[in-house]
Ligand binder design. Sequence first.
Ligand SMILES: [Ca+2]
Ligand SMILES: [Ca+2]
Length: 410
Amino acid sequence: MFQLMVRLLRFRFLIPVFLAGLWLAGWPVMSGFPTPKKVSAQPQTDRPRRVEGADTRQAPVPPAATQPVTTVTPTGYSTEALDKEIAGRFAPIFIQSLGDSPRFDYITKFDFDGDWKGTNNWENAANQKYPLTANVYFSLCESQTHYFIHYAAFHPRDYKGGNTKGTLLSELFQEGARLGGKYDPTGLAQEAVLAHENDLEGCLLVIEKSGNDPQKGKLVYFETLAHNKFNQYRPNPDTDGNNALLYVEPKGHGIYSYEDGKRQAKNQSKGEMRYEYRGRAEDPEKNTTGTVGYDLIPMVSTLWVKAQGSPNETYGIENDYQSLQLEVVKPRKIRAQEIKVGLVGNAFRGDVGGKNMARPPWGWFSSAERDRPLGEWFFDPAKVVKRHYNLPDTFSLAYLHHPILGVYRN
Ligand SMILES: [Ca+2]
Ligand SMILES: [Ca+2]
């Protein structure tokens, strides 16, 4: 007890520094955007936000297996090229707002610096010898009636709160947490000002199938992730078509549906960059048109593979997802199947502005639905979308293709 008192006294000088930091950061002025074009979804409780990376929940123990457990085989399957083609056909357009440091707002890949180490990305993002070529991650699964495609945009830095000030504040928060202090009773300050190494944000597109020809599919719903909350939308026929038009915040990189108007534009200090899928990864710093072509990278053979066998240089934290219960389409019938996932890395290794602060899509969660199993939005999007949009039973929950979980179309 005496030792604890001594430690607390030793760090008491941080309190005024921390309060001054909050004042410098302009908190609580910085907060998330109201969401445009929202559809009525399930009632959502207004719970305090939490910082990315702070979630330590375990997936609940699923019911007993009804079918033999399938081994997850993350790499190499025969229709990889088809999946990329489908993901390319419906690839969103990202309007990336540019803040004070445009280079840190360019969408790129985790290994932009030639390695899979997470702890040198903050530093290497500032090194001009590494081009931040335009890449977006994707993962596709397919039910009887729909395609579900997750897209994820990586940035080496989340610099909300500033490149220096934000990290200083983050470290003060970490120190506060280490000492057991409750310096942020609302939870809002953490989300508003924390800068950190590595940043992955994204969206989920729902495509209604028309027979087996992906070209005839139609975008019917999409959801985005911003500030630990999933936002639900229906496509706007004037702007979205089959390719959702998305707005990516500067600095913190939360994603929303794009709104034409001043509200989103007021946050950009250096204009914006339009990212369109072109099947090649262009360099925004060599671009003079304001539109840059991006390439798609499958998560299944990159981020997902690296998440097996963590902790490692890419992932600093793992989570035991245990097993999932999904409906899987087998020849001529649908079966409930238990699929073992087990230990998987679920926070990228990073050490600037706090440890392991950014998460891959299976680590994303919504503060509005904290009672749901971690990773459900990624692993079982059919069930989540059916719930969010109150869809009828004609919306299939049975997967015929889910390569991340080792389920492949016949
Ligand atoms: Ca690296
Ligand atoms: Ca972020």
